[in-house]
Design a protein around this ligand. Structure first.
Ligand SMILES: Nc1nc2c(ncn2[C@@H]2O[C@H](COP(=O)(O)OP(=O)(O)OP(=O)(O)O)[C@@H](O)[C@H]2O)c(=O)[nH]1
Ligand SMILES: [Mg+2]
Length: 366
């Protein structure tokens, strides 16, 4: 019998081991489109079954693109550029041409200057040694910008396959579902979820008789917030609609808590405004620096939430880093959580984030 692959995640189907990867009940094989048990549960119960493949397996599989002749769509999450721009992309895709695509623009405040953001992304790619043919901004969920990109993909592919490559959770499968929906009207053909590591194999969608648009498993970035918070909290911190920026006038020696997941201490400098961009469902809480440690000990999991009292147990301890910020309009980025824009600069701050999460600094694109 030919090998069968799950239509939702690309994993090879087997009917023997009920708890193993790719299991589907034998009776389901007579369906035209076979879904594995894990995809079935994700779709119908939003339940995530942990997968035993490790990140190296995915990386190896995706690296086979290196030896193809194809067009690459490098999809990144505009809400977590530093955490999703693959600095080693060339090692994975070789010399194939790359279009860089910033996804999830629907999350950014309407006031965002898209032109500025595009240039900023182009610069970020260059600084990371990534040669790209062009940059596009889209929303795979809303379909924003997809028409324009589709035209360019068709021009650029030149009778070749197109691979969609990126870190886990950037929206690759959602992106491909947009194309399927446009072509056939079918919605959500491929399984998507807010858990990282949903797609497990290549999934080919025909473009013509000989070529395909191909979904790929995400490359893991171990320093992403998603790997440190519980599934419940992940749902809360993942923004689902336009982020409303929240402004804070802070004096030095004041602290801003981002739920109980991160903390921003304004240590030294002139009183100024800080603009925060986090999921609207995360509570922000301002306090005096001198109270902050005590407040955290007493209130993490209640006032300072997420996490909640239960999910708190799986959260690593917060660790502190100091920064001297000279430039105005600098962002402190908590990858996968959001960021705070420092408008004036010339200040010293201390930033606390769960151990393992890589906080970064960048020039603001807002
Ligand atoms: N707001 C917003 N959310 C998006 C967009 N595209 C994808 N998402 C969400 O991002 C999450 C991950 O989407 P997927 O399509 O499963 O991501 P993926 O890159 O295929 O993930 P892996 O298969 O794990 O590598 C889901 O919760 C999607 O609904 C978008 O344009 N805007
Ligand atoms: Mg996927």
């Amino acid at each position: 019998m030919d090998k069968l692959y799950c239509l939702g995640c690309g994993v090879e189907i087997q009917t023997e081991d009920k708890t193993g990867l790719g299991y589907a009940p034998p009776s389901s094989l007579k369906n035209e489109d076979v879904l594995c048990q894990r995809c079935f549960q994700l779709r119908h119960y939003n339940k995530n079954v942990t997968v035993s493949l490790d990140s190296d397996d995915f990386l190896q599989l995706v690296s086979t693109i290196h030896d193809t002749d194809s067009l690459i769509i490098h999809l990144i999450d505009i809400f977590d550029v530093d955490g999703t721009l693959l600095k080693n992309l060339k090692r994975i895709v070789g010399n194939n041409p790359i279009l860089l695509v910033g996804n999830k623009v629907d999350l950014l405040p309407k006031s965002t200057n898209k032109g500025k953001l595009r240039n900023w992304l182009l610069k970020a790619a260059k600084e990371n040694g990534l040669k790209v043919k062009d940059v596009y901004l889209i929303s795979s969920v809303k379909g924003i910008g997809v028409d324009e990109l589709a035209v360019r993909m068709e021009e650029e592919r030149n009778q070749k396959d197109i691979y969609v490559v990126g870190v886990t959770n950037v929206g690759k499968s959602t992106f491909i579902n947009q194309f399927i929906q446009r072509a056939t009207g079918e919605k959500n053909a491929i399984t998507t979820s807010y858990f990282p590591g949903t797609t497990l194999g290549f999934i080919s969608i025909p473009l013509d008789d000989r070529h395909a648009l191909i979904d790929t498993p995400g490359i893991m970035n171990p320093s992403q917030m998603a790997h440190f918070v519980s599934k419940e909290d992940l749902k809360l911190i993942t923004p689902t609609k336009e982020i409303k920026s929240r402004n804070y006038q802070l004096d030095d020696n004041q602290t801003l808590f981002i739920g109980g997941l991160a903390r921003f201490d304004f240590i030294k400098g002139e009183k100024q405004s800080f603009v925060s961009y986090f999921s609207n469902r995360i509570t922000l809480h301002r306090t005096k620096l001198s109270n902050a440690d005590d407040l955290y000990d007493r209130q993490v999991g209640s006032i300072l939430t997420p996490p909640n009292e239960e999910t708190l147990e799986s959260l690593p301890p917060l660790v502190k880093q100091s920064y001297r910020i000279e430039q105005p309009n600098t962002d402190i980025v908590f990858p996968g959580l959001g960021w705070i824009t420092i408008l004036k600069g010339n200040i010293t701050v201390e930033v606390h984030a769960p151990k393992g999460v890589a906080v970064s600094i960048r020039q603001s694109f807002m």
